[in-house]
Each structure stands twice: as C-alpha cells, then as structure tokens.
Design a protein around this ligand. Structure first.
Ligand code: GLY
Ligand code: MN
Ligand code: MN
Length: 491
C-alpha cells in the first residue's frame, strides 16, 4: 500500500517537477530595488569562501540574494548613480587542473545570462575599488557572515578584513552598513521565493509524518536525524537547513541540543526541530512527540499549554498587527498554564534570574514564567533560517508577504532551579514549585510552524499533525517502507 505521505505529495505535484528556481531577471530587480532605496553609492559584497573542510560549498545568503551566483570566492560591486546600478561580479579564475576536480566555472557569457552581471577577474577588484574611492560616492558594505546570528563575529571574516584595509588605505574612508536596506527587501518574499519556501516546508512536513510513523522506543536520536536528512535529499532538497535538533528525555529541555546521540526510551518525549533547505530557502518546523506513541497525561498537559500559546499568537497576526501584541498573546497563555501546573507562584510572580541585568530592558524576563520559555516566539524564514523579520527585536508590525515561524515552548528541568542565585525571593519560590518541577521534569515541548501573512490574515503552511490526538494517530499508522517514492526535482 502506498503511504499517505506519498499520496499527499503525489496528488499535489507531478512525479517529476519542472525545475523551480528564482528567475534570473529577479536578481537584477532586487539590485534595482536596493539602488532605488540608496540613491547613490558603491555597494561591496563578498560571497562565501571555498570550504577547506569536508562541507559542500554553500553561497552566503545576502550575496546569493543579490546575484544568484553559486561559485565560491567572488565579490559584487554595485555602483549606484540614479536608479539603475552598474553591477560587476569579480570571480576567481580556476586553473585547468583544479577544474578537473571542482568543475569548470561559468564563462562571462553564462554569468551574464544567469545573473545579469558583467564578470571580471577577481584580480581587478582592488584597482576598481581604489579608483572608486576618489569618486566621492559613499561606500556601503554587505558583510560576509553565514547567518545574521553571528554578525557580531563578522570582524574576522575575509570581506570585513578586506574592507577595513581598504578604508585604512583611503584615509579612514567611512563604510556604511547596507544591511538595514537589504534586510527590509529580503523580509518581503516574492512569489518565486514563496514557491521555494513552500517546497522546503512541504518536504519538512512529509519528513515529519514519515518519522512519526517510524519512531519506536530504543531507537537512537541519530537515527531520527538520519531519517530527516534522507527524506530531505530524496525529495530534491539541498539537505538540512540547520543541524537537526533531536532531543529526547532530558535533552528535550535544551533548546538547541544537537548532539543527537542518546537512546530514546518509552515514556519520554522527543523534540524534533528540523527544516529542509530547498534552493537555499529554509523551513523550520518542530514537533514534540511521545516516544512510545502515546502522551502521558502530564506530557499532554504541558503540550496543550504550548499549543494554546501558539494558537493565541496565530490569532493576532494580520497585516498591521504589532509584534508586541503577538508576543504578549502567547506569553500570557504560557504564564497562566505554568502557574496552573504549580510551576510558578502565580501569573505575575517574579524571581531573581541569573540574567537579572536584562530585566531593566525587558521586565518580563524577571517573571517566573520566563524560566520555562526563555527564547523568542518566532522569526522570519528565508535564505537564512533566522531571517528577517526578527519580531522580538522591535516595535514593528506584520506585513503581507512576511514568512515566519511561531515556536512557543515549555521546558521543565530541575536544572532550572539549580541555576538560580541564592536569594530570599528565589528560596521562597523554589520551596513552592519544587514538587511540580520534579513531577514534570524532563518534559520539554516546542511546537513550531511556518506561516505566510496574507492580505487578510495568516496562512498556516507547515501542516504536519500537531494536535496531540493527530500525532498519536499518525504514529499508529504503518511504518513507511524504506524506499518511499517522493517527487523529484529535475535540475
Ligand atoms: N531551529 C532553530 C529555531 O527554531 O529557531
Ligand atoms: Mn525557529
Ligand atoms: Mn526550529
């Protein structure tokens, strides 16, 4: 019998799909949009360096967004005077013997066809920039970090070092940051981008279903990781968009656990926070399931709080609604839920957290409920798994075309109490909540879904089973055969 996974995908898509990519003119349109918002200037962006280790080369997101160029060690220079920028891609020549290993790079005609950019040798980059330094135009940089999460470490990257030396050579030339403009462009997805994201999300949902049916007590977390990886590649995806988080038992309470080397036992939950990448675009979908196939009443109680928090946040989102109202809707549900279970002294009770210095900026971090969910409620997805917008950063609003995740959680571990500073307030709290923390300990639940803001509200895209009864029903279905047929991408 063919499994519903296959049936669902087969119904939605023909067995071999037409190639799905960003159309080349869209890259030029993105550069034009950047130019329109900048008026005049020179924008310099570095692509990714050829990896020295065993990983496959993956182009940096910002560079990929503006060029679509997927070869390593390149740089882009845009000269903006008026609305139409002049763009040049500086690419590395490859000697013929190296090309026998790494492939022959595209020639300048192929580069122009694919990216709309003129290609020059990388050796010309420095003389070109040196001559532009006296043009009077302001210089903007696009930094060469892999993910904005590590922007602070950017000073060590090749592009940052190059541009620092360049500025020093030209009398301390001021370098401006092009990211605010670029990020605002990237936050609103085009229909081609949305199609790529939908493929990544569909692959992830299919894999979640497949894995739910396969999990059994005694399996290892790495077996689950491998199943996801296999499903992502079989479906024509690039692979995992980030290292899969497969956390069972105590590991379910660590937000970004990813050693994935523990054996799972009956009676535990396992958090599976995973996402396929497709054409560079990342999905991010989490399900927390019972290893034995049935939630215990205590696991269900925690699960329902998280699910209710997610539903409350979903109800707030439409164009124009505020990030703050969205975040508060979920927070209130979590605060009430954990108070009901006896995990806090009350909805508004406060404590002295190890991060007390942050409470001036955000007093809610001193609310006892924060102890059980100390991470953000969600983030944009796109070429980075933590793409813009990062709603918890700002006083902004949702807009049509935002694609983002909502990922509440509740994580219970006695370590939460052990890490607290020894203060009178904390001693009083611990005396009250210790029993409940022991009762629910090692139950970590996160539910994460991906959404698109539409003209009138919100579309839930990652439709993997997520109500407790649906998950149990999926887990009771027959295990899929090892060689599922999934639709492939012709490339
Ligand atoms: N997968 C990491 C996160 O959920 O943000
Ligand atoms: Mn996420
Ligand atoms: Mn995630």
């Amino acid at each position: 019998m063919r499994t519903p996974l296959v049936a669902a995908l087969s119904l939605a898509m023909p067995a071999v799909l037409a190639a799905q990519t960003i159309p080349p003119p869209e890259y030029a349109a993105r550069r034009d949009s950047l130019a329109q918002r900048m008026d005049s200037g020179v924008v310099v962006a570095f692509g990714g360096a050829n990896p020295v280790g065993s990983e496959r080369f993956a182009q940096l997101p910002a560079f990929r967004y503006l060029t679509g160029f997927l070869e390593p060690d390149a740089a882009l220079v845009l000269v903006i005077r008026g609305e139409k920028p002049t763009g040049t891609l500086f690419t590395q020549p490859r000697d013929p013997r190296r090309a026998l290993y790494d492939g022959f790079p595209p020639d300048s005609a192929a580069v122009a066809r694919r990216t709309g950019l003129r290609a020059r040798s990388f050796a010309a980059l420095t003389p070109v920039l040196d001559s532009l330094a006296s043009s009077g135009l302001p210089f903007y940089t696009i930094r060469d970090f892999t993910t904005a999460d590590y922007a602070a470490e950017d000073s060590l990257t090749r592009g940052a070092g190059y541009m620092r030396a360049f500025a020093a050579r030209h009398g301390g030339l001021e370098l401006r940051d092009a990211h605010p403009v670029l990020d605002s462009l990237r936050s609103r997805k085009s229909s081609a981008e949305l199609a790529m994201l939908r493929r990544a999300i569909d692959l992830t949902v299919a894999a979640q279903r497949e894995v739910m049916r396969t999990i059994r007590p005694g399996m290892w977390e790495y077996e689950i990781e491998a199943l996801f990886q296999g499903a992502f590649r079989r479906g024509g995806g690039d692979g995992a968009a980030f290292v899969s988080i497969i956390g069972s038992g105590p590991n379910s309470t660590q937000y970004h656990y990813n050693a994935n080397d523990r054996r799972m036992a009956a009676g535990e939950v396992v958090v599976m926070d995973v996402g396929a990448a497709f054409g560079g675009y990342a999905a991010d979908v989490t399900r927390t399931v019972p290893v034995s196939g049935r939630y215990t009443p205590d696991q269900r109680a925690v699960y329902q709080i998280v699910r209710d928090a997610q539903a409350a946040a979903e109800r707030v989102v439409r164009p124009g609604s505020s990030f703050e109202a969205w975040r508060e809707a979920a927070r209130v549900v979590v605060a009430r839920g954990v108070a009901r279970l006896g995990l806090t002294e009350g909805v508004d009770a406060t404590f002295d957290p190890p991060w007390a210095d942050q409470c001036g900026k955000d007093p809610l971090r001193c609310n006892q409920a924060f102890l059980y969910m100390a991470h953000g409620l969600g983030h944009g997805i796109g070429l980075e798994v933590h793409d813009r917008p990062h709603p918890w950063y700002g006083a902004g609003t949702f807009a049509e075309g935002d694609v983002f995740s909502i990922e509440p959680g509740v994580y219970v571990s006695t370590r939460l109490l052990e890490m607290l500073p020894d203060t009178p307030k904390n001693r009083k709290m611990i005396a009250k909540v210790r029993g409940a923390v022991r009762r629910y300990q090692n139950i970590g639940v996160r539910i994460e879904d991906d959404y698109v803001v539409t003209g009138s509200g919100l579309e839930w895209v990652s439709r993997a089973p997520r109500e407790p009864d649906e998950i149990e029903a999926e887990m009771a279905r027959p295990r899929p055969s090892a060689l599922l047929e999934v639709p492939r991408q012709s490339r």
